[in-house]
Design a protein around this ligand. Structure first.
Ligand SMILES: Cc1cc2nc3c(=O)[nH]c(=O)nc-3n(C[C@H](O)[C@H](O)[C@H](O)COP(=O)(O)O)c2cc1C
Length: 328
């Protein structure tokens, strides 16, 4: 019988299928269903610094006393709103922990490190098994150098790791100028895993209305190719395990990621499209494939595709179509 357990978040997981942070992981009912279907871990919907800041601004706009607000007043509402949001989040963690015996991972999205230190302390006390830092700076500010953007990641990780003892993982984008070096450097910060790559809101344009529209919340089944390339290129260069996210819509795609060197996959869109039961199907398909191949554990084949010879690695490094499609 194939053993499909794996390690990520510094934890032993029953399955490499992780429910990625999204709306579905905000309810205990869904989390129970995920656990019943054999999920390896559940990452809660991120608590967003920006969202809290936005609420704070709205509240202030409504309540500002005539003549303007003084600093004490601003601080008071800042404190109350942050506390309220955090309380709800902490309640979700403790209810989820009571309801299931799979790891529950808190996810925080921070745009400035200082604010989050006290929050992460509270998250740790609430019983979360690990914290995923959903870090992203859109590198579009011309006044900022690449170096200063990168520094934010290292400073945030360092500060947060100083204050808590539970595992910390990162979920990052591919928006770095020297991606390989950045990933290796991030993996040396003592984090317990890095997830490649988060998917973001992507604006599109409606040419009839001449308006900006949303290109679609959910991923497509070919979106996995970018994280697959980088998983294959990076898995044996990093000091921490990799989980892959974006476009994992089939159990075959999950197996590709494991062969490329990922320890786990984080799925979201397919759970919206085909239901939470998809997790069970992925687990069963993985066991069946491992039995067919004679593998007893994930370590028997993890990263195999890039270990069998340099040719496979070279395929992931190649970017130009010239030779492959010369006849087109
Ligand atoms: C509706 C929705 C909400 C999401 N919210 C978050 C979030 O709060 N934090 C986060 O790190 N990722 C969030 N994500 C990204 C997912 O966790 C996941 O990494 C991404 O969608 C790629 O995986 P997929 O192709 O399986 O959807 C969200 C995705 C969806 C579809």
């Amino acid at each position: 019988m194939a053993d499909i357990s794996t390690r990520f978040f510094g934890l032993e997981l029953k399955s490499p299928v992780i429910a990625a942070s999204c709306g579905l992981t905000s309810s205990v009912e869904n989390i129970k269903k995920m656990a019943d279907n054999g999920v390896g871990a559940v990452v809660l919907k991120s608590i967003f610094e920006e969202e809290i800041q936005h609420e704070l601004n709205q509240e202030l706009a409504m309540r500002q006393p005539q003549g303007g607000a003084d600093d004490e007043y601003l601080d008071y509402f800042d404190y109350i709103i942050k506390e309220e949001n955090l309380k709800k989040y902490l309640a979700l963690i403790s209810e989820a922990k009571k309801a299931v015996d799979v790891p529950i991972i808190a996810s925080i999205n921070c745009i400035s490190s200082a604010e989050w230190i006290s929050f992460t302390n509270k998250l740790e006390k609430s019983g979360t098994d690990a914290i995923e830092l959903n870090l992203f700076i859109m590198p579009s500010d011309l006044s900022k150098s690449g170096k200063s953007n990168e520094l934010f990641y290292f400073e945030t990780i360092e500060e947060i790791k100083k204050h808590i003892s539970i595992p910390v993982t990162l979920k990052v984008s591919s928006y770095f100028s020297n991606l390989a070096k950045m990933l290796v450097d991030l993996s040396k910060t003592g984090v317990n895993g890095i997830t490649l790559f988060n998917r973001f809101y992507m604006p599109d344009i409606d040419i009839e209305k001449e308006e900006v529209i949303n290109s679609g919340i959910l991923s497509n089944n070919t979106d996995y190719l970018v994280p697959l390339r980088w998983t294959a290129l990076m898995h044996n260069k990093m000091d921490c395990p990799i989980a892959a996210t974006t476009g994992v819509h089939t159990s075959k795609t999950m197996i590709k990621f494991l062969l490329a060197g990922a320890s786990a996959v984080q799925v979201s869109s397919i759970l919206y499209k085909e239901g939470i039961e998809t997790i069970k199907r992925f687990n069963n398909d993985l066991s069946a494939w491992m039995n067919k191949k004679g593998y007893s554990s994930i370590n028997d084949f993890k990263g195999k595709i890039t270990l069998t010879g340099n040719q496979s690695v070279k395929a992931f490094e190649r970017v130009q179509f010239m030779k492959q499609y010369g006849e087109y």
